[in-house]
Write a protein that binds this ligand. Structure first.
Ligand SMILES: Cc1cc2nc3c(=O)[nH]c(=O)nc-3n(C[C@H](O)[C@H](O)[C@H](O)COP(=O)(O)OP(=O)(O)OC[C@H]3O[C@@H](n4cnc5c(N)ncnc54)[C@H](O)[C@@H]3O)c2cc1C
Length: 459
């Protein structure tokens, strides 16, 4: 527990707000979009700047407090809030500055994807971020960052050129290709394991209107559609990103949908996507030219806050006929109308041409990522939805590799962390030993230092 005196000290030393249980803003800040998570920190610090973050880390260290760091709050595992301890909330830190000449942007880590895209697009620029605008830029980027531009420009981590980070010893370090290179490597995929990142700098690209949207097929055609998509995707240019699976439209109609974004010339995009529109008899074709900001908000209505969320995800060894067949019993069969499963992302192009050890994010060799992303509303339905998600994943498991994108995984523990960090795990442990030997930052897919002096700090 945090002593009253410690919190008073924090309150008097930060520019932002310190919130106690019962105070206005406390509940709304501790509440994550995933309603399965309900934790009550002893105090929440809503930081206004780097000095506040430094004060929080130093105080938490001095008083041996558990620390949770919240960016956009979308961690499906609920890692950005803790019971007791101190929640460091970055959501008020929304400074963002685009340099239209150098094609870079520096953003503080309270920025959400919609805000990020809006600011960069004001200059006709963009870089890879995820596809739901309410998600936090920080959590997404530090864990990897897959999105509509990844095939052309790489993952979000591949475009980070610098960051400021407050480390466990209460210092702020600048990391880049020239400064603290080891930590620069580690934050690009090592999630929040190494400190509180206060700002990130990215490379930007000229991105105009895109040709994209989605095509919806009847769920009975899912097997044929998947086989067709597999062949179609084999010829996918770097400008094109596709993802698809079984879900329901907002009016409740079950569909097998494929969403697409072509970020090159519009006429070429129309040509490239023609086979997708003319295959079989789609229920609806919602592909058209649109602004990048528009396509980046396409999924938002499907992910309102307050739904209960449980997810499983691993990369597929290959999208074989057998793997496709194994998915079929689950198409349109989720107990909840809000679930996306089975669902698949195509990982291709630039993101897959980076060597697995170039960044801490290791998963560069797989073409297809499998997700079972369950969402429902009633606590009484928890068991049946979690169980269905696991059954769906178990059925596909023979076709999955051990590697998984940590940002998509609810379950936790050392085995999951090893799946998330893959071949880079040991190097990340060495880095953790150097920068966070007591495992001060442990609410994440945790990389345990090998020399933790206090067993309590190792979970
Ligand atoms: C609706 C939805 C859509 C998604 N779409 C995509 C997508 O298109 N592409 C994709 O790649 N991922 C996607 N994701 C996954 C997403 O990348 C992760 O959920 C990510 O962790 C969210 O980041 P956040 O800042 O919102 O979350 P938070 O819950 O705030 O943080 C997640 C983790 O990052 C750590 N963290 C956050 N901020 C900082 C910081 N400043 N310094 C250090 N550590 C920090 C937290 O401590 C926590 O461990 C999606 C998730 C959801 C729920």
């Amino acid at each position: 527990m945090v002593s009253e005196c410690a919190i008073q000290k924090l309150r008097s030393s930060i520019r932002g707000q310190v919130l106690y249980p019962g105070e206005q803003g406390y509940d709304s800040t501790r509440t994550l979009p995933n309603a399965m998570i309900n934790r009550r920190p002893a105090a929440i610090a809503r930081c206004a700047g780097v000095a506040d973050v430094l004060a929080c880390v130093r105080l938490a260290r001095e008083h041996d407090l558990l620390v949770a760091v919240r960016g956009g709050g979308h961690s499906v595992a609920g890692k950005s809030v803790c019971d007791d301890g101190l929640m460091i909330d970055m959501s008020m830190m929304k400074g963002i500055r685009v340099d239209p000449v150098r094609h870079t942007v520096r953003a503080q880590t309270g920025v959400k994807l919609g805000e990020f895209d809006r600011e960069t697009q004001a200059f006709g620029l963009a870089t890879t971020q995820g596809v739901v605008p309410t998600v936090g830029m920080a959590g997404l980027t530090l864990g990897g960052g897959w999105g509509q531009l990844h095939a052309k420009y790489g993952l979000a981590v591949d475009n980070v050129i610098g960051a400021d980070i407050v480390t466990a010893d209460g210092r702020m370090l600048t990391v880049s290709a020239n400064e603290n290179q080891d930590l620069f490597w580690g934050i690009r995929g090592g999630s929040g394991n190494f400190g509180v990142v206060t700002s990130l700098e990215f490379r930007l690209y000229e991105v105009g209107p895109v040709f994209g949207g989605a095509v919806f097929y009847p769920t009975e055609k899912a097997e044929e559609v998947l086989k067709f998509w597999r062949e179609f995707a084999a010829e996918s240019p770097d400008e094109l990103v596709t993802q698809g699976g079984s879900f329901r439209l907002p009016d409740g109609v079950p569909v097998f949908g494929i969403a697409a974004c072509y970020c090159g010339a519009l006429a070429e995009g129309e040509k490239v996507l023609k086979p997708l529109r003319t295959f079989g008899s789609p229920l609806a074709d919602a592909l058209s030219p649109m602004s990048y900001v528009q396509i980046q908000s396409m999924f938002e209505p499907f992910f309102p806050p307050g739904r209960r969320v449980y997810t499983k995800s691993n990369f597929l060894r290959e999208l074989s006929d057998e793997a496709i067949h194994a998915m079929m019993p689950f198409v349109a069969k989720s107990p909840s109308p809000y679930t996306f499963a089975p669902f698949i992302e195509h990982w291709n192009g630039a993101a897959t041409r980076v060597a697995p050890t170039d960044t801490a994010f290791p998963h560069r060799q797989y073409e297809w990522n499998f997700l079972a992303w369950s969402m429902w509303t009633e606590p009484t339905d928890d068991e049946k939805n979690v169980q269905w998600t696991r059954e769906c994943w178990e059925a596909i498991k023979p076709f999955l590799v051990a590697g998984s994108y940590g940002n998509y995984v609810t379950d936790e523990g050392e085995a999951i962390a090893r799946e998330a960090y893959g071949q880079n795990y040991d190097q990340l442990v060495a880095l953790k030993n150097k920068y966070d030997p007591t495992n001060f930052f442990r609410l994440n897919h945790n990389i345990k230092p090998s020399n933790v002096p206090n067993a309590a700090h190792a979970d």
